[in-house]
Design a protein around this ligand. Structure first.
Ligand SMILES: Nc1ncnc2c1ncn2[C@@H]1O[C@@H](CSCCNC[C@@H]2Cc3ccc([N+](=O)[O-])cc3CN2)[C@@H](O)[C@H]1O
Length: 266
């Protein structure tokens, strides 16, 4: 029975570069094919944020990993974006990109694709510059702590949370997964928004030398977890991995996308 401590130890071998190569270059990030899982994720985020309901002062990305794609639509509607990850190596990877250092991962195909989705003819470099200006902090997070960001932010002070592929990938079992979700939701204001992307029925994934265990979750488990965490689901959609998306780096069978709002106890 793996514990939270065992999960933390397994992450010491996590290699951000290998992880990026496994998931964020073709075929999983193939912008020439509308069926690619990345096109689906970016379209879901674009269409949900384009409705105009998700806006406010502070957006926090929980478990950013070494990636920024998850913010490309949502960040425009907030004054401040805070990125977070458990591992220093991932926070370093993010800071490299944010300060445009040589050797940082090239997210330009993602900016080009989202600018195309937005259809405003905006030069992608303008959007890239704006995202870099919006991200105020890259800080540690531990979703297994009742206050995942420590003292960095007051509980109940965040307008919107984004989280992609984090909770299921660092929880040893469903009880820890549920608690982690409730810790994260505790950061949100009442009626605050939660944009959540995750893996369905995944039990492991590879990131270089690291082989990380994942707690397999289904659509029903995710919906029940949100209800228990006192969130109202506004949108729930799923993507089934096509054979070309199964590249041997994990056993994920599908992806879920959720737009949820935290209940207002009043
Ligand atoms: N205690 C903790 N609190 C918060 N974050 C923590 C904690 N421990 C580790 N972390 C943090 O959580 C991690 C987040 S990356 C997790 C990756 N999830 C699995 C991977 C993702 C993926 C991506 C794309 C596609 N696709 O088809 O396109 C499929 C899949 C399925 N496999 C990592 O950043 C770690 O640093």
């Amino acid at each position: 029975m793996s514990s939270i401590k065992a999960v933390a130890e397994s992450y010491q071998l996590f290699n951000p570069r290998a992880y990026l190569q496994n998931n964020y270059v073709p075929p999983r990030a193939d912008f020439s094919s509308e069926d690619s899982v990345m096109c689906w994720k970016l379209r879901r985020l674009h269409e949900t944020c384009a409705k105009g309901e998700i806006k406010g002062r502070t957006l926090v990305d929980i478990g950013s990993g070494p990636t920024i794609y998850q913010l490309l639509s949502a960040f425009e509607h907030f004054q401040e974006v805070i990125m977070t990850d458990y591992l220093e190596v991932n926070r370093q990877e993010l800071k490299m990109w944010l300060s445009n250092e040589p050797g940082a991962f090239d997210w330009s195909p993602y900016f080009k694709h989202v600018c195309k989705l937005e259809g405003k003819g905006e030069p992608w470099k303008d959007k890239q510059k704006r995202l870099r200006e919006h991200v105020s902090r890259v800080i540690p997070v531990d979703v297994h702590q009742p206050r995942p960001l420590g003292g960095e932010l007051l509980s109940g002070s965040v307008d919107c949370l984004v989280s992609s592929f984090c909770l299921e990938a660092c929880s040893p079992n469903l009880e820890a997964f549920q608690k982690a979700l409730e810790h994260v939701i505790g950061l949100l204001k009442p009626k605050g928004h939660f944009l959540w992307i995750g893996a369905l029925e995944e039990s492991y994934y590879l990131a270089g030398e690291a082989r990380l265990n994942v707690v397999p979750v289904t659509e029903d488990i995710v919906k029940k977890a949100l209800h228990t965490a006192k969130c109202v689901v506004r949108e729930f959609s799923t993507y089934s991995m096509t054979p070309s998306m199964k590249v041997g780096v994990d056993d994920v069978s599908g992806i879920f996308f959720v737009w949820a709002q935290k209940d207002d106890p009043k």
